[in-house]
Unconditional design. Structure first.
Length: 169
């Protein structure tokens, strides 16, 4: 009798940065917003584009291309902000991730996801959950909880607390 291995199917929201396809676990994504007005905050790092008002909540917005050293996101009709939820000090915090465009919600079986590549000790790949493969295309699956350093998260958290909601509109 043959044993069948149970495959786990996971859902991901795929998006593009500089022509490459990345993905977040759909359970960490709250919504996707068209590019809109962002209130800039003085003396913050380049990755923090500013904050937006999301139904009364101040949400910091991060430029994912700057985070990954790809230059700034060029604002086009396809530019969007993915609102994600991450846990900082046992508290759920919303962070907007500005990306070039959103592609699709994709189902991937666990057999189509490989561990992140081992690139030696020079590069930090802790924030990569795995490499998905669909057809002949690789999808870099990101761990939203590990993308940002603690210093960056502190800056983002402080930015969200410093700006009154009225100013973020």
């Amino acid at each position: 009798m043959e044993e069948k291995v149970a495959l786990e199917t996971m859902q991901f929201l795929t998006f593009r940065l500089d022509g490459e396809v990345f993905a977040f676990d759909i359970s960490k994504v709250r919504e996707v917003l068209e590019y809109g007005t962002i209130t800039k905050i003085p003396q913050t790092p380049d990755i923090l584009k500013g904050v937006i008002n999301l139904r009364g909540s101040v949400v910091p917005v991060i430029d994912m291309r700057v985070k990954f050293g790809m230059g700034e996101v060029e604002k086009t009709v396809n530019t969007v902000t993915i609102i994600t939820e991450i846990e900082i000090d046992n508290e759920v915090t919303m962070i907007g991730a500005m990306v070039d465009s959103v592609s699709e919600v994709m189902n991937l079986d666990s057999e189509h996801i490989e561990p992140p590549p081992s690139i030696g000790t020079q590069l930090n790949t802790d924030y990569i959950k795995g490499m998905g493969k669909k057809d002949d295309q690789f999808i870099i699956i990101l761990d939203i909880e590990k993308i940002f350093s603690m210093d960056e998260l502190e800056i983002v958290q402080q930015a969200g607390q410093q700006v009154p909601v009225e100013m973020a509109s």
